[in-house]
Design a protein around this ligand. Structure first.
Ligand code: ATR
Length: 289
């Protein structure tokens, strides 16, 4: 890639940021589309406090064209922006900032990236379906919100800390009246009761990530029509995904979601259609390294 005086800079703010696959995906996409953009990692530390605010101010000062925001800054960044898209505001998290002549607008492409890739990989749409979500953290919020916006019949949110699931369910119940929303703990009996009629099971936690334990759920309790989704992509096939595949269930993995949130961000920054197949291929190659 040739960097010139007219090259526009984009990047990602995170702590840590070293393992992010976004630089490789976006740079390959810019190059393929012949766009004069370059995407770099910025290690914005969570401590001491104040670093994120300074980093956001630098977007304006340095005329950075746009950034992604990742862990642990997605929630805290909202208060530093000039405008936040309605969906990102409801989710309470921003993962994409667009710099419009110094006016910083925040978006959340995680939820839509999840839904689009789920539909592409498995044909699943939430309308009228029963959905079981594991986790109630930041990733769960975006997924929960997008699923609710798709008018499911019911959503059960299961979390280790049951109180956190209850708070999230109470909050979203007010926004999405008419949808049956329940909160439960991760107790095996409760999980299995609600998995018995689930059309979709989604893991939004780090359970199943390298060295992070496994979900106490017997996959046999899911109906044969169920789709199983796991947002973890290291490893690509988690124990949950492998168990679902060996039962012949339709599966959706975290890499698809990662690529799709990236394509939506790319389109916000460039106004052009993202080369999604290329982005998936380079992300897969980088994962294998
Ligand atoms: P993220 O933004 O990645 O979602 P987070 O907000 O810290 O991160 O949320 C992590 C989620 O994974 C939470 O739902 C957390 O459960 P708690 O609310 O009980 O902490 C869940 N989680 C993480 N490790 C877990 C484990 N070993 N077993 C069960 N749940 C786990």
């Amino acid at each position: 890639m040739k960097i010139m005086g007219s090259t526009k800079v984009l990047g990602i703010f995170g702590d840590p940021v070293e393992h992010s696959l976004s630089p490789v995906m976006h740079n390959a996409a810019f190059e393929a589309k012949g766009l004069p953009f370059v995407y770099v990692p910025f290690h914005v530390k969570s401590k001491p406090p104040g670093e994120l605010r300074k980093a956001v101010e630098a977007i304006r000062a340095l005329n950075i064209h746009g950034v992604n925001i990742t862990v642990p800054h997605k929630e805290r960044v909202l208060k530093f922006l000039d405008e936040v898209d309605e969906h990102a505001l409801d989710i309470g998290a921003v993962n994409t900032i667009v710099n419009r002549q110094g006016h910083l607008v925040g978006y959340n492409t995680d939820g839509i990236g999840f839904l689009l890739s789920l539909r592409e990989d498995t044909g699943f749409v939430p309308k009228g379906k029963n959905i079981l979500i594991i986790g109630a953290g930041g990733a769960a919020r975006a997924i929960f919100y997008s699923i609710l916006a798709g008018s499911p019949a019911s959503v059960v949110i299961a979390n280790r800390t049951a109180k956190r699931a209850k708070l999230l369910a109470d909050e979203f119940r007010k926004k999405f009246r008419g949808i049956d929303i329940k909160a439960i703990s991760l107790a095996k009996s409760a999980l299995e009761e609600h998995s018995s009629y689930a059309d979709l099971l989604v893991n939004t936690t780090t359970i199943g990530m390298m060295g992070q334990g496994r979900l106490e759920l017997d996959i046999k309790t899911l109906p044969p029509r169920a789709v199983v989704s796991d947002i973890v992509y290291r490893p690509l096939a988690t124990a949950l995904i492998k168990a679902a595949e060996s039962r012949g269930l339709n599966v959706h993995n975290g890499l698809s979601m990662l690529v799709r949130q990236g394509t939506v961000s790319f389109e916000l920054w460039t106004g052009k259609k993202a080369p999604s197949e290329l982005m998936r291929r380079v992300a897969l190659e980088a994962l294998a390294l």
